[in-house]
Design a binder for this molecule. Structure first.
Ligand code: PLP
Length: 408
């Protein structure tokens, strides 16, 4: 194996929060799939904006407004380049993945009719289930589910069998936040296109680990949340092919999204402004660009390789604990370990870990159908980032062992 150039000691200095104590113990932060921590460089970008050029964008002729507009549009271009998107106006700033998915689901209301089918995978986040159910209610379309197996992998032969000429839309996450599964999205996209269906991939959990190439994937829509990849909360993007973004109606009406307004008729602005009504999260968008710079300076290949090593290390050590079962053992996985110990409620393990300063997530992880599939109320989920260490995993494993000794 190639030696890793990742200098965790140096990297950890960029994240002031990692020096904190939680319940009197050094913080071990393993809830990265819920939100990642923010490096000083990104925090400084936000402070610098408010200290130096806070102004509304695209409107003022004045100096500050120009500076803010330039920085915001530069961030859009950084995002475009990062995801190999053809043109900047195919990047729509949103408040995050949830907003981006709702925008598309709303937009498709006028393109679907009774008898049409929408396919969603069995391992979706609620934010990639509920908007489609609402869309089905509005249009009379039917929701069909691509099943998964015990390993936490999609059953691809069933997917191919489900696809028919009635399939209009397919939705799938790139990486499952609850299980860590990396889904075969290229195969999913190509098969959907072969029957004329459009595909939205929820990339919220993939983007921190995988540098996805929009043109190579040929995906129709892709969503990202900045806060899962070292950026601030409340900002993200919808990528969409121009062809479809031009067809879809605006999601919200307001300032910024119009070309001309009279009381008789309003014409809409061109992309991307048609979908960016109102004053956006300007500092957030600029800071998202800074987060991409930060991660790219380390390198996504290096990040993925290091996180994979953490995943293998944690998986092997946790499995040795008696009665511990890991949910989701797909052959391709991001650095997420979801587990339970026989006879113990996940919440009780989480509570003991918290007392030890270890932050994990317990519960259904916004993916109740997965928990129903396994017949469990939830799991304990530890999710790793490139700033985590093997020593921290040792602390987790000791903590879980201790919880087991106390509770069994
Ligand atoms: C976090 C997450 C979401 C929701 O993202 P928001 O930033 O809360 O809108 C959706 N899908 C997946 C897979 C996620 O991990």
């Amino acid at each position: 194996m190639k030696t890793l150039q990742l200098n965790t000691e140096k990297i950890r200095k960029d994240f002031p929060i990692l020096n904190r104590k939680a319940n009197g113990k050094p913080l071990v932060y393993f809830d990265n799939a819920a939100t990642s921590q923010t490096p000083q460089q990104v925090i400084d970008t936000i402070a610098h904006y408010y200290q130096n050029y806070n102004a509304n964008i695209h409107r003022g002729v004045h100096f500050l407004s120009q500076e803010a507009t330039d920085a915001y549009e530069q961030a859009r271009i950084k995002i475009q380049k990062h995801f190999n998107i053809k043109v900047p106006h195919e990047v729509i700033f949103t408040s995050g993945t949830t907003h981006a998915i709702n925008l598309v689901a709303h937009g498709f209301s006028s393109f679907l009719k009774e008898g049409d089918e929408i396919l969603v995978s069995a391992m979706e986040h609620h934010s990639n289930i509920v908007p489609w159910q609402m869309l089905c209610e509005r249009t009379g379309a039917t929701l069909k589910v691509i099943p998964m197996d015990q390993n936490g992998e999609l059953v691809m032969k069933d997917y191919h069998a489900l696809l028919s000429k009635d399939a209009k839309l397919v939705f799938c996450n790139h990486v499952s936040n609850a299980l860590g599964t990396i889904n075969p999205i290229k195969e999913i996209i190509d098969a959907a296109h072969a029957v004329g269906a459009r595909v939205l991939v929820d990339g919220a959990q993939a983007a921190p680990h995988i540098k996805a190439d929009m043109q190579a994937l040929d995906v129709d829509f892709y969503t990202v949340s900045a806060h899962k990849m070292c950026g601030p909360t409340g900002v993200g993007i919808l990528y969409g092919k121009s062809e479809w973004l031009n067809k879809l109606p605006p999601y919200q009406g307001g300032g910024e999204m119009i070309a001309e307004v009279t009381f008789e008729k309003t014409t809409y602005a061109d992309l991307p402004h048609k979908f960016e009504a109102g004053t956006p999260n300007i500092a957030g968008g600029i800071a998202f660009g800074a987060a991409l710079d930060y991660m790219n300076a380390i390198g996504f290949d290096t990040i993925a390789q290091y996180e994979d090593e953490l995943l293998q290390y944690a998986t092997n050590k946790l499995k040795k604990i008696e009665g511990l079962k890991i949910y989701g053992e797909a052959s391709k996985k991001a650095a997420v370990v979801s587990f339970n110990i026989q006879g113990i409620h996940p919440y009780d393990i989480g509570t003991i870990l918290d007392k030890l300063g270890i932050a994990v997530r317990t519960g259904h992880h916004c993916a109740q159908p997965i928990m129903d599939f396994y017949g469990i109320p939830g799991t304990v989920r530890a999710s790793f980032s490139f700033y985590n260490t093997k020593e921290e995993i040792d602390t987790l494993v000791e903590g879980v062992q201790r919880a087991r000794n106390m509770l069994v």
